[in-house]
Design a protein around this ligand. Structure first.
Ligand SMILES: Cc1cc2nc3c(=O)[nH]c(=O)nc-3n(C[C@H](O)[C@H](O)[C@H](O)COP(=O)(O)OP(=O)(O)OC[C@H]3O[C@@H](n4cnc5c(N)ncnc54)[C@H](O)[C@@H]3O)c2cc1C
Ligand code: SF4
Length: 475
């Protein structure tokens, strides 16, 4: 039995990390795997709180103190079973959840200045061990059911729902417009945060478990929603949000001003071994260029860090609030600072400068300051009179967030949407305004996190199962 509560004698440690100078030369993940001994030692720092705040801070309510104790005792198979019982993608969450805002930010040790248990790194370690030791095997349901469920979208919401439905014995078909499953985990989030093999391993696991993927199938274009509904007993919409938010500023249509997701997708394809067309390569080539990224969230951080890895001459992030008010993970912001990104906080583009019809040459920048808090407590930003400067830019990447595509037009006019155009569905049960149609993930919440997509998908599956059973009884 390992002793717990070792936080006084043992400082918090992350696994070893590539230093900044080395990592900007490659697209590999930053952190090495935890050696088992170090993972056990770090797990033993947990104070085993009676009311674990870390669990409350985790959207999946993961049973963190218990799997930390099992990991500290070297009982890795049990640690994995417990961890996997609430999370379909634990090795992915362990890598890319903003733990500083979720589980680790709520850890009692963090609150009492002892530094949080490195929960994410240990969660990743537990599941990587399970893969290594052959614990993760294809699902064989206790009994097959005749009912089938169609899932639109193979992102984390769609993949998690597919796994839960297969465990229950349903026939599961996942449709995606892309040529690979994974959603933003494959074509959005860069390799240095989440290596592509990690996602592809999960896709293969689902295929081997009997999930049928229909890739290159855009619902609403290649197949109508009505047709899809007629093929399945229930449908889950997990399409994410993909419409880039626009910026209205003079000169925004100059060449060399690019949307973030197109830029990231191109480099993710390269990491996956795809050959880029010459035109795409030239369009997103940042080597030797002065790159300006506009935005302050996860997507902006991924763009600045991709650019520096592609030998940009300089990379600057323009964000209209200050560092403390950045929406993404502070850990990722620090990684970007260490990698040599320049941050211009409290700045917003006022205009993009260049010859009409030619390439962008500079950005005219407006200085901002934080004003009164709005109704949600977030301080508004206001322009500082006279605070205008110009910054050289050979390429500008716009990372201002994403909005839903027009769902009623794309799928069905009977689907209720909210004022933000997200699908109107309860995040607690996934039911939409149409009988037999459920929704989960970003298309319900708006741009969010992988861990919330998993949570919503699991709850939607509970509703699908309950409703299909009810229908079977009534039939
Ligand atoms: C650049 C970037 C970085 C991010 N970094 C992080 C991070 O570090 N940590 C984190 O937790 N979250 C991060 N996120 C957010 C996270 O990726 C999303 O919250 C999550 O992927 C949402 O999951 P989802 O399944 O709802 O949608 P998605 O992952 O968007 O998947 C939706 C899928 O639906 C498919 N689809 C859409 N419409 C159709 C249609 N009509 N027919 C067929 N298929 C369709 C799409 O092709 C896609 O594969 C990041 C997002 C971006 C853009
Ligand atoms: S799923 Fe995310 S928030 Fe929950 S324990 Fe894992 S890393 Fe923390």
């Amino acid at each position: 039995m390992s002793k717990m509560l070792q936080f006084v004698d043992r400082p918090a440690q992350m696994p070893s990390k590539q230093d900044a100078a080395a990592r900007v030369g490659n697209f590999q993940e930053l952190y090495a795997p935890f050696p088992q001994k170090q993972a056990a030692e770090q797990s033993s720092r947990c104070s085993q709180c009676g009311v674990p705040f870390c669990q409350t801070g985790c959207p999946l309510q993961n049973n963190i103190p218990d799997w930390l104790k099992l990991a500290a005792e070297g009982r890795m198979a049990e640690a994995y079973q417990l961890s996997a019982s609430t999370n379909n993608l634990p090795e992915i969450c362990g890598r890319i959840c903003p733990q500083d805002r979720l589980c680790e930010g709520s850890c009692v040790l963090e609150i009492s200045d002892h530094e949080a248990v490195t929960i994410g790194a240990i969660e990743k370690h537990i599941t990587e061990e399970a893969w290594k030791t052959g614990l993760i095997v294809p699902i064989i349901p206790a009994a097959e059911r005749s009912e089938s469920v169609g899932i639109i979208g193979a992102g984390p919401a769609g993949m998690s729902a597919a796994e839960e439905l297969r465990k229950l014995g349903y026939q599961v078909h996942v449709y995606d417009r892309h040529d690979r499953a994974g959603g933003l985990m494959i074509y959005g989030i860069p390799n240095f945060k989440l290596e592509k093999e990690v996602v592809e391993r999960r896709t293969l696991h689902l295929e081997q478990s009997g999930v049928v993927f229909h890739l290159n199938t855009d619902i609403g274009r290649d197949m109508t929603f009505e047709d899809l509904r007629s093929r399945h007993d229930a449908v889950l919409v997990a399409t994410g949000v993909y419409q880039s938010r626009d910026l209205k500023a003079p000169g925004v249509s100059l060449a060399g001003i690019e949307p973030a997701l197109d830029f990231l997708t191109a480099y993710n394809r390269l990491c996956l071994g795809d050959a880029l067309e010459a035109e795409t390569k030239a369009r997103f080539d940042v080597s030797g260029k002065n790159v300006v990224v506009v935005g302050g969230g996860d997507t902006a951080m991924d763009c600045v860090r991709t650019s520096i890895r592609q030998q940009a001459a300089s990379v600057t992030c323009l964000y209209r609030r200050d560092q403390a008010n950045m929406p993404g993970s502070q850990r990722e912001v620090q990684n970007a600072i260490d990698e040599g990104i320049l941050f211009d906080w409290l700045k917003t583009p006022q205009a993009f400068l260049g010859e009409a019809g030619a390439r962008v040459e500079a950005v005219r920048v407006q200085e901002m300051r934080l004003g009164q808090a709005d109704t949600q407590g977030r301080r508004r930003v206001e322009a500082v009179a006279e605070g205008i400067t110009t910054r050289k830019a050979d390429m500008v990447i716009l990372a201002l967030g994403f909005e839903p595509e027009p769902m009623q037009e794309m799928l069905d006019s009977r689907l209720d949407v909210t004022e933000w155009q997200t699908l109107r569905a309860s995040v607690d049960d996934g039911r939409t305004s149409m009988d037999g149609v459920y929704a989960a993930g970003d298309i319900v919440r708006g741009a969010s996190l992988v861990v919330w997509a998993i949570r919503d998908a699991r709850l939607a599956v509970e509703s699908i199962h309950a409703d299909l059973q009810q229908k079977a009884i009534a039939a």
